[in-house]
Design a protein around this ligand. Structure first.
Ligand SMILES: Nc1nc2c([nH]c(=O)n2[C@H]2C[C@H](O)[C@@H](COP(=O)(O)OP(=O)(O)OP(=O)(O)O)O2)c(=O)[nH]1
Length: 164
């Protein structure tokens, strides 16, 4: 079949923004992964039967050991390209504000954590995010976080969409 007539392929990524006392959980992409060495928020591919928010929460638990619930969509980034086989590929990332399931008096101690990958994730002051290099898809969400840094336990971010 003519590739241009085939259904596009979707790659969907759910990302968790876990924010407390002016800090956000940030990791570093590992050798062998795409964007190796860059900073990232917990997240990964949306699996069958999940939506973006569920994927963000599951990945956060797997990667950091911290159970969270998704509150609201903060930003989305999407790009489209044509793959080597001629089929259109749509890559979409959704950034979800997430809250720990069990708010703890001292998340700093208890959080990071129990998984083997936990070493890669830390609480980073939002004010320091500008010093880190993230994938370009994160540019807008980083800007939004930094703008809202003042005394915001939960930043009052406006939802934005890929159509902005
Ligand atoms: N987890 C996470 N991924 C991000 C962020 N920003 C960003 O562009 N990404 C991209 C990197 C990856 O292409 C994809 C996350 O998928 P993944 O963590 O399952 O990546 P992966 O290395 O296993 O897969 P791949 O991209 O190598 O195929 O989203 C972010 O802040 N957090």
């Amino acid at each position: 079949m003519n590739p241009s007539l085939q259904e596009p392929r979707f790659k969907k990524i759910g990302v968790a923004l876990v924010i407390a006392w002016g800090h956000v959980i940030v990791g570093q992409r590992q050798p062998g992964q795409s964007f190796a060495g860059l900073a990232e928020f917990p997240g990964g591919k949306v699996e069958s039967g999940e939506d973006f928010a569920a994927a963000a929460c599951r990945e956060c638990l797997e990667e950091t050991g911290l159970a969270v619930t998704a509150e609201r969509l903060l930003d989305a980034w999407q790009s489209t390209r044509v793959g080597d086989d001629g089929i259109e590929e749509i890559f979409r990332i959704e950034f979800w504000l997430c809250q720990p399931v069990s708010p703890s008096a001292d998340l700093r101690e208890s959080s990071l954590l129990t998984s083997s990958l936990a070493g890669a994730f830390h609480w980073v002051p939002i004010a320091e995010l500008a010093q880190l290099k993230f994938p370009s898809a994160n540019t807008k969400i980083i800007e939004l976080l930094i703008k809202n840094v003042i005394d915001n336990e939960e930043p009052h971010l406006e939802s934005s969409s890929i159509d902005d």
